[in-house]
Design a protein around this ligand. Structure first.
Ligand code: 3HC
Length: 679
């Protein structure tokens, strides 16, 4: 049965798509749309057409699962042209998300109406693509060049109200969408000529007079787009819309689209789209497991971490009780939260009312007993097992039955923490990444006894606070930090052997990481995990800490920093490295960039393989989600496991062996069998 159905209301043909979950424009939908337009064209009794969708959303785009497979005709560019060339006015009636190909269908329609909550966007760039069904040519003609550039190159959608203000939507519909869309169609059915987006020119005039707009846009976004192919291709396609007639512009669009589609970045980004969604699924839970109700959250610790964690819940409208031991620390913590909100408001991301609304949901207290009415309590105290055990012992006595007790530990054993309570089934790890109100990753650490409904609650809550959650098992450092360890260890050894922090960081940044291992150490604090005894110097890090070089916060770490936090290589650090080199009897030699890649990135893949082997991650793609969202691994390389697959596992194994590393069994086995981790 076709997902497209038609019915008549007077002389308006209503074309309805029912293709759950998101009305993706798969083959059957495209075929159905073409047939429906043919019906409208051929029926003299039809004077106008309304296209709308059932379910949660208007067409959310092309069907991504069809990418990489032989395309079945009709292709989407043909479908949208058929819609635009319909001899009766077509009205797109939008709710939910008109994304990608969905917005292209709407742009090819002659009119667009939308409910106020609808979102319109072309997120193709996030899949390493550009709108390939005329979107790069029609969007600037309808929404204006500046807006089209922003929407296409960033992939961020706009709301229906804004869309209406700029002319992308013709009317906002309050009330029943179908009914009002039909009424709208009735109003416009006699209007001639039928307005076609591809024939419009008015909104291109400004950019034609000022072609510098494109380079200005490139310059303003250079940092954001660094390393990615797709944003530039989007800009070029819109440039073509301005510089050339429509018929030529679409050819440029097609060529650029195909170049992207066959490139490695699009493959990686499309892989990652599904990886992110798979991460939300937990294997082996009893079917129908229901989440627990979370009405109030407690947070222990009002430091950077506790404050950031609290802000996530406040932002989602969930009340938070935050506990500190001293009044001063509590005031400082809540003060910082307010300042962060006010900074967001100053940037226009929040209104003053929203700031007050969020802060009103916060209850600061010095009494841990005040957590008694919380349904979830997250401990974000000092990273020390004894401290955590004491807190969890107290929570066991205070928290109501069924309350979930979570630790934000980055490394410590959740099972040991759970054992300090009488309810290990209610305990799990919720590992947020700093800054916790910004970073999207949440590692959900599943203890040996964590109950299924506790896990389900955590995953659902993560979605509510707009985090991407990945389930990890109990092991030192879980997924992300565990893989960081071999990288950090090798990076430090490389210093002794002759590489500089600058060289190692440069290799990582050129690879696409936001920063290298030493820039990261300086940002996070070189003193993290330091034993705090300046007299005990066992490694380069100890020496740096003893010399008061704790990183950016002290103006000195692996680099020297000026008052604007700009780094320069440090002669002091070079001296310390030299000293250690002599002390350890290591001979200095030339280190190639390739050696840095093999020793710091291949070793991460090796650790990832061990994590999989031990069942500490459910799937290789979960590891990739951790690295993209937790550490800024470039999404156009998919993540460490996808990247390893792309490089070839045999090559990774050869490199590891040549450098004297023990290869993880799973990695060796897969390389031998010619298999991949992620495909
Ligand atoms: N194709 C195929 N499947 C899709 C899809 C698409 N375009 N969009 C979403 N899905 C699937 C998801 O994989 C998921 O499947 P699962 O349940 O098996 O895991 C299911 O639909 C629900 O998706 P979400 O979990 O993401 O649901 P949400 O409600 O959180 O979000 C959404 C809905 C905002 C529509 C979000 O899914 C989304 O952003 N989708 C992608 C939109 C997009 O990128 N469109 C452009 C496609 S490329 C294109 O159009 C090319 C054209 O220009 C030629």
């Amino acid at each position: 049965m076709s997902p497209i159905s038609i019915k008549k209301h007077g002389d308006v043909l209503i074309v309805t798509s029912n293709n759950p979950p998101v009305n993706a424009l798969g083959h059957a939908v495209r075929e159905g749309l073409v047939a429906a337009i043919a019906e409208a064209d051929g029926d003299a009794g039809v004077k106008a057409v309304v296209i709308l969708c059932q379910g949660q959303t208007f067409f959310a785009g092309a069907d991504i699962t069809e990418f990489g497979k032989p395309m079945q005709l009709p292709m989407l560019p043909t479908v949208v042209d058929i819609i635009e060339n319909c001899t009766k006015p077509v009205v797109a009636a939008i709710h939910g998300t008109a994304f990608g190909g969905g917005l292209e269908v709407a742009l090819a329609s002659h009119y667009r109406v939308a409910v106020p909550s609808a979102k319109l966007g072309v997120p193709e760039v996030k899949l390493g693509l550009l709108p390939g069904a005329g979107g790069t040519q029609r969007l600037p003609r309808v929404a204006g060049v500046g807006k089209a550039l922003e929407m296409a190159a960033t992939g961020n959608p706009i709301g229906a109200k804004e869309a209406c203000a700029i002319g992308l939507v013709d009317r906002l519909i309050e009330g029943d969408l179908e009914q009002h869309a039909v009424a709208f169609a009735d109003e416009v059915k006699a209007v001639r000529p039928i307005p076609k987006s591809s024939e419009r020119d008015d909104k291109l005039a400004e950019a034609r007079a000022n072609p510098g707009i494109f380079d200005e846009f490139r310059k303003a976004n250079a940092r954001r787009f660094k390393g990615f192919d797709a944003p530039e291709a989007n800009v070029k396609a819109i440039e073509a819309a301005v510089a050339k007639p429509y018929a030529e512009g679409v050819l440029d669009e097609r060529r650029l689209f195909m170049e992207l589609m066959t490139g490695s970045q699009a493959r990686a980004q499309q892989y990652f789209f599904f990886a992110e969604r798979k991460a939300a699924k937990i294997e082996g839970l009893p079917e129908g497991t229901q989440p627990r109700d979370i009405r109030r959250v407690g947070v222990i610790g009002a430091g950077t971490m506790g404050g950031g964690i609290s802000m996530n819940f406040l932002g989602a409208g969930i009340p938070v009780t935050i506990v500190e031991m001293a009044k001063e620390a509590l005031d400082r913590g809540t003060g910082t939260m307010r300042k962060n909100y006010e900074a967001s408001a100053a940037k226009g991301r929040m209104s003053a009312d929203q700031v007050e609304g969020a802060m009103a949901l916060l209850t600061p207290t010095l009494k841990i007993e005040d957590l008694a009415d919380c349904d979830l309590i997250i401990e974000a105290a000092f990273e020390n097992m004894d401290v955590k055990k004491e807190i969890f012992g107290k929570l066991d006595a205070i928290a109501g039955p069924g309350a979930i007790l979570a630790s934000n530990t980055s490394y410590l054993n959740i099972d040991e923490i759970a054992a300090s309570t009488s309810r290990p089934q209610d305990v799990l790890g919720l590992h947020f990444f700093s800054p916790a109100n910004v970073m999207k990753l949440l590692e959900v650490v599943r203890g040996a006894k964590t109950a299924p409904d506790v896990l389900v609650t955590a995953m659902q809550l993560a979605k509510r606070i707009k985090k991407v959650a990945v389930v990890a098992g109990v092991c030192h450092g879980f997924i992300g930090n565990r893989m960081l360890m071999p990288r950090q260890m090798e990076a430090t050894k490389l210093l002794l052997e002759g590489a500089t922090p600058e060289q190692i960081d440069k290799v990582h940044v050129e690879f696409g990481m936001p920063m290298g291992p030493f820039q990261m150490a300086d940002l996070a604090g070189v003193d993290i995990g330091w034993h705090r005894d300046p007299g005990r110097i066992e490694n380069i890090r100890d020496a740096l800490c003893a010399a008061d070089r704790w990183g950016q916060k002290k103006g000195a770490g692996f680099y020297d920093y000026d008052d604007k936090r700009r780094p320069t290589p440090s002669p002091v650090v070079a001296g310390i490295i030299e000293e250690f080199r002599a002390r350890e009897g290591v001979e200095k030699r030339e280190i190639s960039d390739q050696e840095i890649v093999e020793r710091t990135l291949y070793t991460m893949v090796n650790e990832g393989a061990r994590i999989l082997e031990e069942g500490m991650a459910q799937r290789a793609s979960d590891i990739d989600v951790v690295w993209v969202y937790g550490y800024g691994w470039p999404v156009y390389r998919g993540g460490p496991m996808f990247w390893a697959d792309s490089e070839g596992l045999a090559k990774i194994v050869e490199g590891l062996e040549r450098r004297g590393f023990e290869v993880a069994q799973l990695l060796a086995k897969k390389a031998e069998a010619g298999e991949k981790f992620t495909r």
